[in-house]
Design a protein around this ligand. Structure first.
Ligand SMILES: [Zn+2]
Length: 201
């Protein structure tokens, strides 16, 4: 049985989506009646069912992956038994690595940052404040080192450009020519990192 929610809005378009890997949400223009809606669901039943199956499989894989006795350490799955105090080790190793990257790269890029701070943020990997304080999420300790290096270059570049303009990305590219690939890798794994953060920290 499909769980279907119908939302009527003052809009012209029809939108069909799946929420929490099981709930079907159909948004339609206000004047659509129930028969209209049922027809849309029927026409898209195959798509809905295959999409739900796909999302549920992904969700199962993800929860198996993040609930094992393994820990993700700079992109590698290691036995949790190797870590006496995972929280402390991961945070310290991340801080050391970020400080090393930041001082080397700031030198190369002829930039100066105020300080470096680690946070519990789930909403960003890194950010640069107006006062050039660089903040990095602890989620990064699960990511491969080349992705961490990219985030450091990204935040350092914000010291010169407080936006995501073309000039900003040119500066990032100058010091990280394959940044697109590293950024993609981070985005694709963001959900795993979020769950690991909740589990470990
Ligand atoms: Zn940015």
């Amino acid at each position: 049985m499909l769980k279907i929610t119908i939302i009527k809005r003052s809009q012209k378009s029809i939108r069909l989506r799946i929420k929490n890997h099981q709930n079907v949400i159909l948004s339609v223009p206000k004047h659509y009646n129930n028969a209209h809606c049922e027809q849309i669901i029927e026409q898209n039943r195959k798509w809905i069912e295959s999409k739900i199956l796909l999302l549920q499989t992904k969700e199962r894989e993800l929860s198996q992956l993040t609930q094992t006795q393994k820990i993700l350490y700079f992109g590698q799955w290691l036995d949790i038994a190797k870590f006496a105090n995972p929280k402390e080790i991961l945070a310290n190793d991340l801080k050391d690595l970020i400080c090393k990257y930041a001082s080397e790269l700031a030198n190369k890029m002829s930039l100066r940052y105020e300080d470096i701070k680690l946070t519990n943020a789930k909403s960003y990997f890194g950010l640069c404040t107006n006062k050039n304080l660089l903040k990095f999420s602890l989620m990064l300790c699960f990511a491969p080192k080349n992705c961490i290096e990219y985030v450091v270059i990204h935040e350092l570049s914000h010291i010169t450009h407080k936006n995501h303009s073309k000039n900003f990305w040119n500066l990032v590219e100058e010091f990280c020519p394959d940044y697109k690939c590293r950024r993609k890798m981070l985005r694709e794994n963001a959900e795993i990192y979020k769950r690991m953060l909740a589990r470990i920290f």
